[in-house]
Write a protein that binds this ligand. Sequence first.
Ligand code: FAD
Length: 489
Amino acid sequence: MTSITRLRIRDLNDRPVSGAGEYVLYWMVTARRTRFNFALQHAVRRSLELGRPLLVLESLRCDYPWASERFHRFILQGMADNRIRFGRAGVAYYPYVERKPGEGKGLLAALASRACCVVTDDFPCFMIPAMTAAGAKQAPVRMEAVDGNGLLPIHEAGKPFPTAYAFRRFLQRDLPSHLEEFPEPDPLAGYSSLVEPDLPDRVLARWPMAGQDLLACRPEAFRTVDVDRSVPAVGLPGGERAAGDLMNRFVRERLEGYDTGRNDTAVHGSSGLSPYLHFGQISSHQICTALFAFEGWSPGDLSDSVAGKRQGWWGMSVAAEAFLDQLVTWRELGFNNCVYLKGYDRYESLPGWALTTLAKHASDPRGKVYSLEQFERAATDDPLWNAAQRQLLHEGRIHNYMRMLWGKKILHWSEEPREALRIMIELNNRYALDGRDPNSYSGIFWVLGRHDRAWGPERPIFGKIRYMTSENTARKMDVKPYLARFGGP
Ligand SMILES: Cc1cc2nc3c(=O)[nH]c(=O)nc-3n(C[C@H](O)[C@H](O)[C@H](O)COP(=O)(O)OP(=O)(O)OC[C@H]3O[C@@H](n4cnc5c(N)ncnc54)[C@H](O)[C@@H]3O)c2cc1C
């Protein structure tokens, strides 16, 4: 079992590793997968070093912000996959699903009190940093957070990058060394878990493990979980297996043409992997490994030029490089800003030029102003915008190009820019499977000027912020198939 670069491991408390503990506890919170998982790999290593078995706790609260049936089902499907995988590897797996808000309180502390040390996932966004910090306070032993978010360790850059161009230049200099440090495809291979940890009956009685019925989302069992049912589940299956299948199909069948197809509403041009990436059911390392193999690529193909160009640095096909620019440059820019940009989710964190131009135009007359409820019900006068919102309501996602238009029109039709921000965050995070992610904030704040530049001519409401309209979109591409799919009520 190879060790992980220290850059990816952060001590969340300064308590010692206890040689007297009964097991090594991996508290899986965001990297909800068994493959290409640095945190799991580190926990396995700790288990072997200490000669103690591994116990994996994967828990699901029912009261986190925007929790709903939609996200629960996706996560539970992933937990069902994990249970099978851990079971086959002989690793003790503790799936815990709260039935009532607050019911799970105390479980982590109870398990940590008998552990040698706790390993968890490092994720810089949403409620996770506060949740893991609180867990580390309760644990009487060392808790380490391991970063498996992307190709670049999130604590490496040391500063927030304002643009994709600047970040790409940094990556082109820095990334090559990290391309040699991929996680093990299967950290459980060859691992023998020693003896099963013996869990006290009082713990199991107070916090019963989720049974097969609940993980399979059988209605009788799922009904007992007190979670918001107003956002229903969607057809997309969650879990590591579904993620791997989708990735393989995308790389084999749809990668070619990605560079042009991704922005065309008439075709299904992008990978659709963002929900799986968000819930950690697949890692970007796994996707890159598949892509590298498909392209017959090796690190020797990298270009020496570090000029920040979008094309030509990897030495791959145009489509593969376009995809990597989204998966690596844009995706990891979002993580970079969550780590280093103070108040990344607050209006004030926008660049100065954007704040100035938005303030100058904040009281420009709006032809139309819609409320959150009108936006939510897809009740604007614009059929194309309504179609995008309906896709979000019914599928939990929006076509990549339409998502940009969706945001820009919310800015256009909101009372003022702060209200537009509030509406975008609320709708995106409530309905999108991939919401509540670093890229939720980079996408939403991009609408308001982050990671972009000033554009002319200066326009009402938008000022120098990049402008998009439904009319231009309809001129640029054939939107009829999209309207036919999502145009109706
Ligand atoms: C208003 C708005 C809100 C957004 N909210 C989210 C969100 O909540 N969660 C989310 O993951 N993305 C968000 N994005 C970014 C982008 O729309 C999605 O990542 C992309 O559409 C996901 O589809 P895909 O997996 O098929 O992407 P692909 O094109 O197949 O790209 C592969 C992966 O690269 C990453 N990626 C792609 N485009 C971007 C981008 N523009 N910025 C950052 N990373 C990117 C994603 O992880 C994606 O899964 C938002 C964009 C906008 C304009």
